[in-house]
Design a protein around this ligand. Sequence first.
Ligand code: ADP
Ligand code: MG
Length: 257
Amino acid sequence: MTDGGGPRPLLSVERLGKSFHGRRVLDDISFDVRAGEVIGLIGRSGSGKSTLLRCLNMLERPDVGRIRLDGEEIGFQGGQRRAVPARVLARQRAAMGMVFQHFNLWPHRTVLQNVMEGPVAVLGVPHAEAASRAMVILERIGLAAKAGSYPVTLSGGQQQRVSIARAVAMQPRLILFDEPTSALDPELVAEVLAVMTDLARSGTTMLVVTHEMRFAFEVCHRILYLDQGRVADGGTPAALLARPAGSPVRGFLGAAV
Ligand code: ADP
Ligand code: MG
């Protein structure tokens, strides 16, 4: 394998571009993520953060560019950009967990059933094994006592923690988070960030779109600042904080950090 000798990135995004109705929403986006890294994606509303995450697992089809996970191109094959077969895409997608702003738990299934569903239905994990693995994850996020409860009986913060558990249960290579705390009442944000911080510290590879600047600057290893569909700046939290007062990223951050 020719990877230049250095450790190959887990995720590699090369010159990604996407337009909607002739308007460029993602423009020449390139970055790498190494295994265990936690990357924050920040930027103004409309800067393309959600579209970027959605392109990574082909919920949106990028117009140009290449995404590779563990060296395997996602979504396309061959020089002609032919779409991969559906079963290949399903396998590739299962390698990337996704946690959305609006947690869509199955309302008619218990918390435990919600967490077991993917491993049983998609990965073919035997029922008993999926149940015991799900319980381990529920213990970890502090919701083992709610295993038999239905989502409607949980707070928004608890429901979002279950949706994180659901993503973790699939044992993905990385987890994409799209503003996971934005729909929550302020008093419920901390418990979700605590679960995400625990995952980050235990080596989970994560890409996190967030407006929680404290989380971004305290937990993320690197931060990418998106502006009008481009990566306008990026670096470690310390590097971004050291940018001069007139720089674009400082302008965005304002008094937030
Ligand atoms: P962010 O998540 O940073 O707020 P988005 O990725 O949601 O930004 O959106 C970036 C731009 O793309 C916005 O101008 C948005 O209106 C537009 N956009 C996003 N999705 C679609 C779509 N499916 N069709 C048309 N325009 C879209
Ligand atoms: Mg968004």
